[in-house]
Design a binder for this molecule. Structure first.
Ligand code: PLP
Length: 417
């Protein structure tokens, strides 16, 4: 029972280095966040030892009386937080939640219609190299080529052409809010089911700062670890009528034993997400993204051919458009990394560059809001990013890194860890 530092110094040192990396840099990858200590505690608990195939009250293993309590609380909190009739909290990840949604709603070979990967969709929404594009006939819709917005009329036209059994809403890289009501009406018009993958914006939905897909979609899937700020994992919400099918699709359809320590951590995260402090954090997240979008649409960036897609944002991320800039996404990602800011390059719709280089950056504000950032700090980080991108190769990396370091010192992450 030695602690990890003695038992496995090699891994222990790498964990320590990762903690320092998180503490000493600014994390702006839109899909990442920092979990509270209580979530780390649940994840590192003895619940990891317990097998519990099945569902509360109907397990295939003995000794499940306490983990039954954990899963029941997690399910009830998820239902209450999002106003859903049914919740399954067992998916190990967002991708596995999505696999279960397909399995519950349609048959292999059926047609699905989702947002194209290079327009901001997710791999599991029908990409060729993913199971979703191999087992199902995957059709895509793109954003409006003029506005770069998801446009219900384009979805409707594509639905009328392709006759999908399932229409998919939700995205991985898109800065605006979709019209779930219009999408549901299109699904009804063509006789399709409507599924929304709210992985990215679930935290804002929980806080009441983003429209909820729950009243409109047949099924809603999500991850727990992006804006929602919980452990890496997934969950599914739906109307009661799909509950039985979804339960069988998760177990035994896609998974074996549930990760009870992660389900406990999800329960903690749902509790946190129902608090006033969480709502304020989500408000700061969105405000931070708006501040960033404002700075990145200013004149010095325009002069370098840099702008932001759709001209702004309604959510936790900004999509930087580098199509007209000499600097590509890879170079911009590396430049910001050299200043201590972690972001990811991303293709933009109609991208002239290959995905390995890309003409976009996806920059998110949720992890910094969790760290305590509010408007003044976002003004500073937005100016650091704006100044770096406007100056490109000539940027004064040393001076910008010093400004980053000051923010990390003023807002310590996991003090005492
Ligand atoms: N769905 C969407 C919209 C996502 O953006 C992601 C993650 O990037 C996923 C699903 C997959 O989640 P996971 O990485 O947990 O499998």
């Amino acid at each position: 029972n030695e602690p990890i530092a003695q038992m496995d110094p090699e891994i222990s040192a790498l964990i320590d280095s990762e903690l320092k990396r998180q503490q000493n840099g600014l994390e702006m990858i839109a899909s990442e966040n920092f979990v509270p200590r209580a979530v780390l505690d649940a994840q590192g608990s003895v619940l990891t030892n317990k097998y519990a195939e099945g569902y509360p009250g109907r397990r295939y293993y003995g000794g499940c009386e306490f983990v039954d309590g954990v899963e029941t609380i997690a399910r009830n909190r998820a239902k209450e937080l999002f106003g859903a009739e049914f919740a399954n909290v067992q998916p190990h990840s967002g991708a596995q939640a999505n696999a279960a949604v397909y399995q519950a709603l349609i048959k292999p070979g059926d047609t699905v219609l989702g947002l194209a990967l290079d327009h901001g969709g997710h791999l599991t929404h029908g990409t060729k190299m993913n199971f979703s594009g191999k087992f199902y006939k995957a059709e895509t819709y793109g954003v409006n080529p003029e506005t770069f917005l998801i446009d219900p009329e384009i979805i409707r036209q594509r639905a009328l052409e392709t006759h999908p059994q399932l229409i998919i809403g939700g995205w991985s890289a898109y800065p605006r809010i979709e019209d779930f009501k219009a999408m549901k009406e299109i699904a009804d018009e063509v006789g399709a089911k409507f599924w929304v993958d709210m992985a990215h914006f679930a935290g804002m939905v929980a806080a009441g700062l983003h429209p909820s897909p729950v009243p409109y979609a047949d099924v809603v899937s999500s991850t727990a670890h992006k804006t929602l700020g919980g452990p890496r994992s997934g969950f599914i919400l739906s109307k009661e009528e799909y509950g039985k099918k979804l339960n069988s699709a998760v177990f035994p359809g896609q998974q074996g034993g549930p990760l009870m320590h992660i389900i406990a951590a999800k329960a903690v995260a749902f509790k946190v997400a129902g608090s006033d402090a969480f709502k304020q954090r989500m408000e700061r997240t969105i405000e931070g993204a708006k501040i960033l979008a404002d700075r990145l649409t200013s004149e010095d960036l325009k002069a370098q051919g840099i702008s932001v897609l759709t001209g702004g944002t309604d959510v936790h991320l900004v999509m930087v458009d580098l199509r007209n800039s000499e600097m590509d996404g890879l170079a911009a990602e590396n430049l910001l990394a050299s200043c201590g800011i972690t972001v990811n390059r991303n293709t933009v719709p109609f991208d002239p560059r290959p995905a390995s280089v890309a003409s976009g950056l996806r920059i998110g504000t949720s992890a910094l809001a969790t760290r305590g950032f509010a408007a003044p700090q976002y003004e500073e980080v937005a100016d650091i990013i704006g100044t770096a991108l406007a100056n490109g190769k000539d940027a004064d990396v040393e001076a910008l890194s010093a400004r980053v370091s000051k923010l990390t010192v003023d807002f310590p992450l996991y003090p005492g860890l």
